[in-house]
Design a protein around this ligand. Structure first.
Ligand SMILES: *Cc1c(COP(=O)(O)O)cnc(C)c1O
Length: 387
């Protein structure tokens, strides 16, 4: 079967796919339709944190599939309630809204922030500051929220009420906050698509304190950085701040679609009866799987994530043709001194799946990748980079 030609003919051409037709796998080892083996350092873009077809997750999903596959959110269901309680107990947040994707989790955060401000201050105080180079999703509101001009070329008019500050420039945040009627600031503490860039802790603290003093809500987008990826349950925890709203998705569903927006005591009552909703959000199957993901993100596991991250950093920093290695935990960017796509294609050719982010090589391995598999993958990447 000519997969590439059929894909091109029948699927909207938005992905510019890498050259592998993935068929099956287990954990961090995948196989294509020809039986070729790959070490997966992409994890479905930070989704498969326990690899593909993880047994614990799979058993919970199958068991739920045999019990109740779906029912409307007009009724109560147990998996969703258990998951929400676990998320709140582990984070100190007070309430959760479930959706199906990162964009939706951010849409919910944006709506809630505007409603919070509208309830308290009336009309007009609706502007949200986001950071340049940020990525928050592909719906109209979240696309508007993205601080990347290249994403804003073709789809106007955009939503009113988004302004963009320079990352790590506190003065630029203050300036925008003074010039506009601002209800929230939304940021990824580790920018993912923007090039795997952790924000400066000083900046994050200054913004957080300024925001608290002015009743501007702090929304942290943990869609990519959350759920253990950086070696903390959520990346903001590495910074010691207390956001008002946290959005997450990707890894939380273990490979099934799920988004979650978490609300602190400040914002837990912002969304009220009928002001938001979702048909599939918190679906029993997705929620049952997600419980097994959240349950396993304990301190010992997170320590392992940090250690593996340091290992990769150490291995790659000393490589020929590497300018720098950025990131946190197992969210890693590598700035190369040679052609990025050549390296990516060569890695795939040699059996390692890797990603890119804004001109950097990006590595997002499953968090539980066995050390010997990781070592093998990194050795191949090194060989390709140094060649
Ligand atoms: C992937 C991502 C999103 C969008 O998530 P989708 O599930 O694709 O809608 C939003 N924010 C960040 C930081 C992301 O990495």
């Amino acid at each position: 079967m000519d997969y590439k030609a059929l894909d091109k003919e029948y699927i909207v051409n938005v992905y510019n796919r890498l050259d592998a037709v993935i068929d099956h796998g287990k954990g961090a080892v995948l196989y294509d339709v020809n039986g070729k083996e790959y070490i997966d350092l992409s994890a479905g873009i930070a989704v498969n944190i326990f690899g593909v077809c993880d047994d614990v997750w799979k058993n919970a999903v199958i068991s739920q599939l045999n019990t109740l596959s779906h029912i409307s959110n007009v009724f109560y269901t147990e998996p969703q309630i258990i998951l929400a309680e676990k998320l709140c107990k582990k984070t100190g947040m007070k309430k959760v809204f479930f959706s199906n994707s990162g964009a939706e989790a951010n849409e919910c955060a944006i709506k809630a922030a505007r409603k919070y401000s509208h309830d308290k201050y009336g009309n007009g105080r609706y502007t949200i500051i986001t950071l340049k180079n940020s990525f928050h999703g592909r719906t109209m509101a979240t696309l508007t929220a993205c601080g990347q001009d290249s994403l804003h070329e073709d789809f106007g008019p955009f939503l009113d009420g988004f302004v963009y500050a320079d990352a790590n420039d506190f003065d630029s945040v203050v300036k925008l906050a003074e010039e506009n009627s601002v209800c929230a600031i939304m940021m990824e503490v580790v920018q993912g698509e923007g090039g795997v860039k952790p924000l400066d802790p000083m900046f994050v603290h200054q913004v957080s304190e300024y925001a608290k003093a002015h009743d501007i809500l702090v929304i942290i987008d943990e869609v990519q950085s959350g759920n253990g990826r950086t070696g903390a349950l959520y990346a903001y925890m590495n910074y010691g701040i207390h956001p008002d709203i946290v959005s997450t998705a990707k890894a939380i569903g273990g490979g099934l679609p799920m988004g979650a927006t978490l609300f602190a005591d400040t914002t837990q009552y912002a969304l009220t009866d009928h002001t938001h909703g979702s048909t599939f959000g918190g679906n029993p199957i997705c929620a049952a799987g997600a419980i097994t993901i959240i349950d396993r993100l304990d301190d010992a596991f997170l320590t392992e994530v940090k250690e593996k991250g340091l290992y990769i950093k150490k291995e790659l920093e000393s490589c020929k043709n590497v300018e720098y290695v950025s990131g946190m935990g197992l969210m890693i960017g590598v700035k190369l001194k040679k052609d990025l796509m050549d390296v990516v294609n060569e890695c795939i050719d040699k059996g390692v799946l890797v990603l890119t982010a804004n001109g950097l090589l990006r590595l997002l391995p499953p968090l539980n990748i066995p050390m010997d598999v990781l070592k093998k993958g990194i050795a191949i990447i090194k060989e390709v980079i140094e060649a």
